[in-house]
Every structure is written in C-alpha cells, then in structure tokens.
Design a protein around this ligand. Sequence first.
Ligand SMILES: [Zn+2]
Ligand SMILES: [Zn+2]
Length: 1124
Amino acid sequence: MSVIDVLLLTHTFTSGPRPREDKQTKKHPETRMKGSPVLSLLLLCICSLYFVGLYLFMGGFLLVRLEVNRTSTCGDVLQPGQEPVDFCHTRPRFRRAVLIIIDALKIDFAQFDSSNLAPRPYENKLPVVEEITSSRPLHSRLYPFHADPPTTTMQRIKGFTTGSLPTFVDVGNNFASSAILEDNLIHQLGQIGKRVVFMGDDTWESLFPKKFYRCLPFPSFNVKDLHTVDNGILQNLYSTMTGNDWDVLVAHFLGVDHCGHRFGPDHPAMADKLTQMDGVIRSVIDRLQNDTLLVVMGDHGMTDTGDHGGESLKETDAALFLYSPVPLFPGPPSQDEPDIVPQTDLVPSLALLLGIPIPYSSVGQVLLPLFPPHDQAEVAPTGPSQLEALWINAKQVNRFLETYSSMAKDIPPPRLSQLKAEFARLSSEYLATVGAGRSPSPQLTASMQAYLTSVRETCRATWARFNPLKMAAGLVILAFACLMCYVLSELSFVLIRENARRLKAPAVVALAVGVCVAVGQLLTHGYIEVAWCLAAAALSAELLFFWSVYRTRTVHVAKNGSKPPKWTNWLTRRRLLIPPILVAFLRCASLLSDSYVIAEGRVVTFLLLSLVVYTPVHLNWDGLLLPPSYDPLKSAGLLPSPALSPSFVRKESSTLLACVGLLVGSLYLSLSFHGCREEQGYCQPSPFLTPLSRLQDSQMKNLHYALSVVSLGVWTYLLRHCLRHYGNLNSSGGAVFTARWILPLLSTCLGLHWAVSATPEDSFRNLGEMIKLAQLLLPRAAFCLLALGLFLICLDPLTVFIKTRATASARNSSLPLPRYRASTGISPQAELHHLIPQIYQRMRRSLDDNEPSVGSEVDNRPAVEAYGLGTVYSAPLLLFCGLLTLGMLLLHPEGMALSFLLLLLEMGALLHIHASATTLRGLQSTYSGGFNVPWAPIVMWSLAATQFFHATGHLPTFPSIQWSAAFVGFPDGHTGTAVPASLVTLNTFASHILFAVSCPLLLFWPLVCEARGSRGGRAAGDEGEDAVMEMRLRENPQQFSSALLQLSTRYLFILGAQVFASVSAAAILRRHLMVWKVFAPKLIFEALGFVLSSVSVVIGVTLVLRVDVAVARWFKRLIPDSSR
Ligand SMILES: [Zn+2]
Ligand SMILES: [Zn+2]
C-alpha cells in the first residue's frame, strides 16, 4: 500500500459517516481553513451578547454616580439685596461644634420609654437624651436619622460629610486611595481656617488624609475589641474640650457597633456600653460653652443580630440628637417637625449654622426648625433665617444639578427640565419678595422645600435604587447567551458546514430591531436610552437563533421521517448529567453562598482536584487505564487486536498518573500563595505577597530573591525547551526570533528589575540616581520587548524551518514537486488536497530517520525537511502565552515567580492528562472523526483559571487589589487613569487572561502528543504511517474549524454559567447582609474576569486563524502554481 493510499484511506475514514461533507470538501480544494473569518466574528457576536446582558444587569444593580470635582467657595453664597455680603464673613450662629458619632446607635437605643418596666439590655440606657429633650425643649431635639443604604460605616461617613447619596461605585479620580475628593464639610471647615480635631475610628484618617488640625486615630479593624477606640477617645476628649485649640471636634466611638457584631444588641455588654455612652454625653454637655453646638448621632442602625450593611429599617434608622446651651429652636416641638431626618440633611444645616458654604455636591435640605422664621429673624441670633437658608440651599442644589447633568446623562431629561423650570420660578418669586421687602408667603417656603425634596428624590431614583426591569432583562439575556453557547457547541459541525448561514439572519434582525427601538424612543420620549436598544437587539437575536435551530430540526424530522439526525439531540438530560458538567454546576451553585465565596480559593482547588482524580478513575472504570490482559479470543484472531500495544498503554497510563501526581503537588503548593480576606480572621497572608523591598531580614531577602530568579530561569528554560523539542526554534522568522532572543532578554530584564527594586535606596548612596533610573527604565524596556515580541508573533507566526537537501538548482522558493505526483491516479484537485500531508510526512520521515531522504526517493530529486511543522499551530500560541505570562509576572510581587512556575507546570500537567486520556480513549476504537475536546478538560481549564486567580494572591475584594502594579515602570505616578487602570487590570486578571488565550492548546495537545506513540493512536491505518500531529488538522479543515468553534463555545459556556450564577446571586441576595461586602464585589470581579476571558478567547482563536493563514501561504509557496 502506498503512502498516498494510506492517506486517502485515513481521510475517507476520518470523515466516514458523512460522505456529503467529503464531496463538499473536494469541491473547494482551498487549503485554508473553512469559515475562518466567520469563526472570529461569531465568537465576537456571542461575547457581545454576554456583554449586553452584563451591562444591563450592572446598570440595574450597581448604580454609578460621577463625582463632581468642584468645591464651593464663600463667594458662591451671596445673598441678594442692596449690598451682597460675603457669607463667610458674617457672624455664624455657632463658632464651634462637637460632633459625637456613636457607631451603630440606632434610634431604639436613644429613645426612652418610662412605661417600660422590664427593659431589654439595649432599652432605656440613654436616659440623658430624654431628660434633656423634655426639660429643655428649646435647646434640644431627638430625631430618627435615616441613612441611605449601603449602611456601612465608610459609606455613611461619606454620606454625612459630602451630603451626597453614595452608590456602590463612586466613579472619581481618586485612584488607589480611599480619600474623599468630593467637596465635604471637613474640607470647607479647613478652607475658612477652622481647626478640626478628630479622634476615634481610623477610617476617617484614610477618608480625609491631612485634613485635620489634629488627629487621634485608633484601629477599628478588630470587631472583638469593644474598648480600645472608646477608651482612647475618652482619654483625650475632655482635655481637648477644655483646651482652646479647636473649633470643630469629631469623636467617633466604635464600642456599640463592635458590641453588636460580637454579642448582638440583646446582651448585657450592650447595656454596659450604652450606659458608658450615656455618661459620655452627660460629661460633654457639662463642658459645653454657649457658642458650641453638640451633635450626637449614629451612622447607621443594626439588625437584631447586630449586623448592618443592608437597607432594612433596623439598619437605616439611626439616632440624631441636637443640643446647644443656648436656645437652638424657635419653639417647642410642633406639628411641623420632620418625622425623620435624612442623613444628607445634616450637611447643609451644619454648614449654615457654622457659617461655611454648603459642599458642592450635597443634595441635602436644611433642617428648617434649626433656623429662625422670617418674622423672628430680627430678634433671633445671627445667621440666615429659614427662607434665606432655603434659598442658599436651593441655589446650591440647582448649581450641582446643572454641573452634574452636563457631565453625566443618567438623570432623565424630562425630569431635569422640569426641575430647572421649577427653580427658575422659585428664584424669580424669591427675588421679587426680597426686592419688595415683603414678608414671604408660607407657600414659598413650602415650595422651596418641595423643590429640594424632589431633587433629592430624583438623585436617589437615579443613583441608589435597583432597577428590577433592567436586572431581569440582563439575567434573561445572559441565560439565553449561555444556552446559545451550549447549542452552538453541539451544533458546531453543522454550522461550519453551512458556513454559518444560519447566523446571518439573527444578526441582521438584531441590528434592525435595535435601530427600530432607538427610533421609537426618539419619537416617543425624545431621547435614546442605549441600554434598552441593546437589550432589544440582543434578545431578538437570541430568540431568532433558537427559532431557526428549532425549525431546522423540525424540517429535518419531516424530511427524514421520524428519525431526527444525530446532531439534533443536543439537549438531552444524559448529556448534561456527566460529572464534569456537574462539577461546573456545583461551582456555580457555590457562588450563591457567602461562606463559599469567602473560601472560594479552597473550594475551587478542591473541585479541580476531584475532577483531576476523576479522569483516571473513569478511564480505569472503562478498563482503559491498564493494558488489556491476555485474551485467548484475541490471540486466536477471533477478535480484532487492540490498536495499541500493551507496553504503549502502560507508558501512556503511567504518564497520565505522573501528570496527575504533578498536578496534585502543584495544586497543594499553590495553596501557600493565597491572600486573606477580611472575613477570614485566622488566616495568614502568604509571605510571598510582600514585595522584597519591604523585607527587613537581608538573609531572607536574598533567599526570596534567589528563589524567584531560579523559578524564573526554570520557567524560561522549560518554555524554550518545549519549543526546541518540537523543532520550532530553527527558522529565522519573527516568532522564532522572539523565542530565541526576546524571551531570554525579557526574563533577564525581569530578574534585574527585581534586584533593583529590592535594593534599599540608601544602601548605595552614590548609585541612588542610577537605581532610580533603573527602576524606571528596566520595566519600561520589558514592556517594549513584550510589545515587540507579541507584534512579531502576530506578524510572522510560522516557526517552520525548511531545509532543502538538494542540488543547487533547487534553491529557490518554488520547490519541485516530489516524484510520486504522477503516479497517484486520482483527480488533480483531490491530489492537491492530499499533497500537503504527503509533503509533511516525507519531511517528517527524513527528519526522524536522520537521513537525507529515504523511501521513495529513488532518484536524485530534492527532498524537503521541515522542522516544527507538527506543532505549527501550538508553538506560536505557546510563545504568545509565555510572553504574556512574563509580562504579567512583572506586574506581580517578586515572590509570585514561584507561583507562575507552578502555573506552567499545572497547565502542562492538565494538557498531558487530557492528551493521554484522549489517546487511551482512542483505544476504545470509537474514533469520532472530529477533534472534539470533551467537557472534562475544559471544565478543568476554567477551574484552574479561577484557582490561579487565588494562587497569585488575588481575592475578589477591593482591598486586595494589588495597586502597586500601577507603579511598575512608573514609580512617580501617572497623569491619566487609563495606563494605571489597565496595569492593575492585567495584574488582577492575569490567570483569567492566560488560561483563556491558551485555551486552543486543549485542541492541539492530543495531536502534539500523538508523536510519542510510534504509531498514531488515532490513525486507522497501522502500516508505516507516521504521526502527522497538527497537520491532521489541515487535512480536515472543516473539522478543525468546528472543533475550534466547539472548544471556544464550550469554554464560553462554562465562563458564562459562572458569571450567570454570580449575577443571580447578586440579584437574589440583593437584600442579604453581605451583599455589599461579598456578593457585589464578587459580581464585579466575576464580570470583569468574564469580559477579559472572553476577549482573550477571541484573541487566542484569532491567533490560531492567523497561523492558519500563514500556513496556507507557506504551502502555496511550496507548491508551484503549475500544479493548480
Ligand atoms: Zn458604623
Ligand atoms: Zn459595624
């Protein structure tokens, strides 16, 4: 049997059950892969469906508010009249203020019920409030103080100092710092020279760095500690008060909150704590002077279990107690008193009482009872009257609204113009009243209040409320996108065969629907809301896709009688209930529980381990792991003998088991690189996470450095060794240049950079400048090398080296055809199709045998040798990922080099396990003809991505973001936010990106490993055939495309299912206590990870397609035009 016959046989066998495709293949003898542009486009479309779903959900769940970076000035607050007076230079009502914040002081704690004879531990423990309010009604009031969710301390401090409504994400320019840059009370007090003294919870210090005249922070982190902060304050409070070097005193007590977290409110410890606070309030009141205002308040409440963060009434309703030694209110409590005071209202009230401008972004409303009515203004103390206060307030709010709406477009335009018209009306009415010197009508006051309320409500509706419709639409689109990925992965072959005809209609319809909705919105509302146009487009595309799939199915059923073709059974229960998918679903389900999210690093490691162990167990179950025992029937020739020899099976099995061992080992080791969440009190963060420069012990430092450099060296060596092993380092193309020179250079850069950054600047005084320069130049050089390398790989991805052993005449680009061309006797087109593998095989053989030319080379015709053709697809991909990994390693602390080495080992082990399992499965002789990657390795791949997210010290929480990545190569900081943001993103999602880009390796690796078996395990012919490795993909371009599509859609399905689970968790548990602490950050990380992963999948697939184009060109050059 000649080589070509064997090949022909192989070919017909591989596409055996579907002769129709074979014909089609022959009709298009193009050697390039089928439908390649379609593939990238299709993947992009699917990704964009996911993105639309995520965008909609996020739009409904995480409301984003833009921070307005403007500050109010004294000149803003000019009152109308003959001679406007500078507000800051009028005498304020109060010169000084004492602000006592008792964390988590809910209104129930402050109220006193004398009829309650058996009070709970938290009831009736602050009698001072009741005593004062009843005995001195003109001096004091107690109000419920309504906090806007999220009711966490930091968000609340932001709320009652800026007067704005905090949303989950405040988009501002405070990159890498929690400092409040929005205009706020503390800033305004500082502007006019008031001395603000702060003591207590150290959150304030990070929110207002360097803003205090004096600052006495105490650690707030340990919730079990009830007394450190409070006692620290008490040691300083009274002495400060009696001293004279302060104007505003802020004291933030934490004991009540910590007591709630530790014991709950219904505990004797709470009674002690509240009684202590009662004493504090009494002592402070005793020391107050007449020019001083006292504000005692809680920042939020607490639930019956003592927690907070959500939006239940128990959490939102804190207490606000106001007192002054001089009469503060115009009269005793009346009907007009507000029932409840929103927390934002404290800001304008305090500002006007203390004589400072209202912070720019405040949407609060002055607390009217604190200001004298117009008719009393002459007899009453200084400061603005009720109407004046309202006017100043309304003017400020209107100005903010104008600035905000010019920056962000999220306030509905009709509402905005309504508010503007209302303000214009009020303004003219007020000015007319003042100009005429008339006393204002009560309606004016009322309508000003109504205006302020409606502005606040509009802002709240825009920023701080879930939008259930958007959330639901996002969920539906995401769910459909997941389902679509699944269907596509099952139908990939049909789709590629049809050249994706089926997908054109949905795309066109989606576009049309989107435009229609936009036009409809424009006609009815006068403006376009992009989210809904996208939603309509995405939904219509998805529905049309499902309908077309369904219709094809029914048509097929009708045509072929009762029996539908095999590919239409895509959603049977049995196919979904296989262990790998179950593991994936288990992982998704774990996202719904806060404790599993907290322990995610370990959970994912465990799931990955189980799935890895499952592979050999399953193989053994099927009797494939051990070589077949001696079978008399087989030896007698009654049954077909196995395709592989027992020794080969034994070798393959031991490889598999060794890889499982390696994987388990590296998984175990990688556990020591985990970071710690705030919630895991017992946990110690990995010592490798600290940058070398912070290590004190020099011996330890050297050890760490040596370990990192050795890991880096081993890493680079392994990658290069792998490439050299398969002969990919011989040619002179761009990719090979990258592998030969850029890769080692990059790792040298990295090693040097670590050495430089670990050197303390004062150790070599003379070299200080040099070190500084090196810190700047080395990482930048590395970035440039990286960019150059990636560019070269994309430009010239071929790593094949052709060597002609021949007479000098053959040394031109068009090589003569091998001799057997004429003797095949099949049609020229089909021959052209088969020629490629033939050439390859001949090359391969001469390579293997280390002889110039063998076999059919009877005469002296030139033979061709090509190195690296067998790994022509995987080598550039591997190199690409390798370079990316080095780039990401640069952004991590030095100690992570070891972790990245483990990542490489784990990737290799996973690929080998997959390859060995595929080879052993090939024994079962049910060779399906495609290159389909089963679910198990794909699920393992996605689990490994999450596992390495944790094993590189990352966590899905904002405090754990490694901000230092932003300063690699930019030690002096940045001017914009784009560069640091992308650096930090690359650092955070390194493992997501790496695993997604390298995903196509799962398709290639079984073929690469095929070379190890002396006879191709998958080949049907067993006579003298060499392994053709990845050239097999070129033999079956359609199956290559469909396998690539299937692989990527399966990966996208798993990722999509994860992100869907995370989104559902946020939607279902949006009233859960941990929503802002656990689920919402997890959702953001999961969504960002998905976006980057899916884009990386597309990049990986596009790179493969790029290689395919290059390979096609290469072959075209090899085959002379005369033969076409
Ligand atoms: Zn608090
Ligand atoms: Zn708390």
